[in-house]
Design a protein. Structure first.
Length: 150
């Protein structure tokens, strides 16, 4: 349970940092989740569409449209037609969003990377294996639509 409690504490701290970032940049926490999703899909080399974004965030079509309108207006996200299938819209994060995130989260990321330097490659493999298993366990059952209020 020590690991579970520590993971919860790290999660709370990261959530607070994300909330600070969102608030200081006039964003909703869902906006931040959308940007993270789009950055992750870009890193993975997969195409991000409004449908995939809505599925990942648990938003309906109207909610995704409002979210994208807001992020596009702020210059953080771009929508463009897919050259291979003109019916499909692709999403990407603008450089402004990357720079904004780097300016806020860069020092934290640097400290996390430096902390990893104190571990051997084998220890880091073990940490990676645990965090992967924790993510899979967490994602195995989606949260209730009512937030667990029932």
């Amino acid at each position: 349970m020590r690991l579970v409690h520590l993971l919860r504490a790290v999660t709370v701290e990261l959530h607070l940092r994300g909330a600070d970032f969102a608030a200081s940049n006039g964003l909703h926490p869902t906006d931040l989740r959308a940007l993270i999703f789009l950055l992750d899909t870009g890193r993975a080399g997969t195409k991000a569409t409004p449908g995939r974004l809505g599925e990942a965030l648990g938003l309906n079509s109207a909610g995704v449209t409002a979210l994208l309108d807001r992020l596009e207006r702020l210059g953080l996200v771009q929508r463009r037609r897919d050259e291979e299938d003109r019916r499909r819209v692709l999403l990407s994060v603008e450089e402004k969003a990357v720079e904004l995130g780097r300016s806020f989260f860069g020092p934290l990321i640097s400290r996390l990377v430096a902390a990893a330097g104190d571990f051997t490659p084998a220890e880091l493999d073990t940490v990676h294996r645990y965090l992967t298993a924790a993510l899979q366990a967490t994602a195995a059952e989606p949260p209730a639509a009512d937030g667990g209020a029932s």
